[in-house]
Design a protein around this ligand. Structure first.
Ligand code: ISE
Length: 343
């Protein structure tokens, strides 16, 4: 491991990027924030001014190429990820890219090919649930075989609200369900072969024409089934959990407490049975800390941990099939490239 601090640049200083800036500057060891970039230069400048030794670099590709930046966190919108991730690979810099890796399978494949041609893995994709202590523990329990073969997973993913009206039905698949896609692959250690997205009667709290909640069903390569509820205008709070059903037992990650647990939105603040987290930055705060610490440590060692670019590609491919299914209601097969030829 390098004895020097990792000098980190962050692209995109919206909610997640600003959260990571604080994390890199104050909550993790062996790393320091040296640069930030955002199309909103005033916002980026103001953020940089808050941290000693950090400066604003207007052009994100100049930030990537900068000699004083060792590694990059990409927290910009998904449609600019491809160019920024490819720039990191071309510059030989480790990057932690928030999901989605890119917007479609073809562009994610270009990232995989670039890494293969560079001869080394450099990209981690920000699927933070892999670092949530309970999710990580559940994965280890399932992998240990103690519960026998895993048969089913039931995922629940509820947001109090989302940015409306721009958060359309497709975003629920691409931006929210994508986490469950990664959880299913992580827990089973297998690819998803089909996805079906069902459209229940929508809540009156969703915008006109938005299908919320959605229920998605995945078939795993080994025959297991995963059910997923995604409900992004649930009004109550942030609730995310995963229940595994195996041949000899069951286990739940993310259950807030034991006993009867009931939630109720009342003036937006009322709950029975305990407080629900307001949003993902609070619920997964610890997971993000562990994720970024692990990324910084791995980058200093010269390796990649967590979700790889293959995982990011597979998630994108499943979501592409999911969007087709959202439109038709029918199950859709997931098309994945041959992994061997990409290594
Ligand atoms: C958001 O982008 C996230 O990544 C959150 O974890 C998820 O809960 C939310 O639905 C997404 O919009």
């Amino acid at each position: 491991m390098s004895t020097q601090d990792l000098r980190v640049g962050i692209i995109g200083v919206g909610m997640m990027g600003a959260d990571h800036a604080e994390r890199v500057a104050h909550r993790i060891a062996g790393a320091r924030l040296v640069a930030v970039s955002d199309p909103d230069t005033a916002r980026a400048g103001a953020l940089a001014a808050r941290y000693d030794g950090a400066r604003m670099i207007a052009d994100p590709l100049a930030l990537v190429a900068d000699d004083d930046v060792d590694a990059v966190i990409i927290a910009s919108p998904g449609f600019v990820h491809e160019e920024q991730v490819l720039a990191c690979i071309a510059n030989g810099k480790f990057a932690m890219c928030e999901k989605p890796l890119t917007m479609d399978s073809e562009s994610s494949l270009r990232v995989l090919r670039a890494e293969r041609d560079a001869g080394r893995a450099l990209i981690q994709v920000g699927f933070m649930r892999r670092f949530d202590p309970q999710y990580a523990q559940l994965q280890q329990l399932l992998a240990s075989g103690q519960l026998g073969r895993t048969l089913l997973l039931h995922n629940t993913h509820r947001n109090k609200t989302v940015p409306n009206p721009e958060f359309r039905s497709e975003m629920i698949v691409r931006d929210s369900l994508v986490h469950e896609v990664d959880v299913a692959r992580f827990m089973f250690g297998e690819e998803i072969t089909t996805i079906q997205v069902l459209s229940p009667a929508p809540t009156s709290h969703a915008c006109e024409g938005v299908i919320d909640p959605q229920v998605a069903v995945f078939t795993m390569a080994g025959g297991g089934i995963v059910t997923n509820e995604v409900f992004v205008n649930c009004q109550v709070g942030y609730e995310v959990r995963c229940e595994a059903v195996s041949e000899r037992g069951t286990a739940i990650a993310g259950r807030p407490q034991t006993g009867l647990y009931t939630t109720l939105a009342e003036g937006g603040e009322g709950y029975w049975g305990g407080l629900a987290d307001p949003d993902f930055t609070v619920r997964f705060n610890r997971a993000y800390d562990l994720e970024i610490q692990a990324w910084a440590d791995a980058s200093r060692r010269g390796s990649v941990v967590g979700a790889t670019s293959w995982d990011g590609y597979a998630a994108t491919a499943v979501c592409a099939a999911g969007m087709e299914s959202l439109a038709s209601g029918a199950p859709v097969a997931v098309a994945l490239a041959d992994r061997e030829i990409l290594q």
